[in-house]
Design a protein around this ligand. Structure first.
Ligand SMILES: [Zn+2]
Length: 194
């Protein structure tokens, strides 16, 4: 996904599949793999910009832990500063627990799942399988229109992004007058907490 935040709607939807999942963990997990992209550009420009954190082994072992730390330490102060969501409620939701780590794991896996169809190379099985040997199915679908690392990739990307933007708009509209930011960032409104 060229725009990392567009992973949010998928994570939000997944968090609704089980009440025990902690939305902040799923959300942070769903964006964390992309932090490797600028690092790869700057320090490892000869390697693919999606690599370690976009591999199953790196995402599960390192991405999950990283996401849990970010959810615990950074999510409450940042979200409470930017949106009108109680810092205490955020801190309570983001307290380290097995369920928080599991929620982060679901988030990072959701990132890989969403990235896979629309990327022309996928390091999901790195270091055992060359990332360039795994072309996303959506890219292959658009391959008749142009090169997989050009037109086909961008078409797959735009389509996925458009679907995610529509999903996000639906979330915003649905919760607009229903305690929007608590539902958006915490996963529940002040009335339905328990
Ligand atoms: Zn990614």
């Amino acid at each position: 996904m060229p725009i990392t935040p567009l992973h949010f709607p998928f994570a939000f939807g997944l968090s609704k599949t089980n009440k025990r999942l902690i939305l902040p963990g799923v959300v942070v997990g769903s964006v964390i793999p992309d932090i490797e992209v600028p690092i790869m550009w700057v320090f490892f420009s000869s390697l693919p910009d999606h690599l370690f954190l976009h591999s199953l082994v790196g995402a599960v072992l390192v991405g999950t832990i990283l996401a849990a730390l970010v959810t615990w330490l950074l999510y409450p102060p940042i979200i409470s500063a930017l949106f009108r969501v109680s810092k205490d409620d955020l801190k309570e939701a983001c307290t380290p627990s097995c369920m928080l780590v599991f929620s982060c794991l679901i988030g990072v896996l959701s990132h890989l799942l969403l990235d896979y169809p629309m990327h022309w190379f996928n390091p999901i099985l790195w270091p055992w399988v060359n990332p360039y040997d795994i072309v996303g199915p959506l890219v292959l679908f658009f391959a008749p229109f142009g090169p997989i690392n050009g037109t086909a990739f961008w078409m797959a990307n735009y389509l996925t992004s458009a679907i995610m933007i529509l999903a996000w708009l639906s979330i915003l509209i649905y919760y607009f007058d229903k305690d929007l930011w608590r539902n958006h960032w915490l996963g529940y409104s002040s009335r339905s907490k328990n």
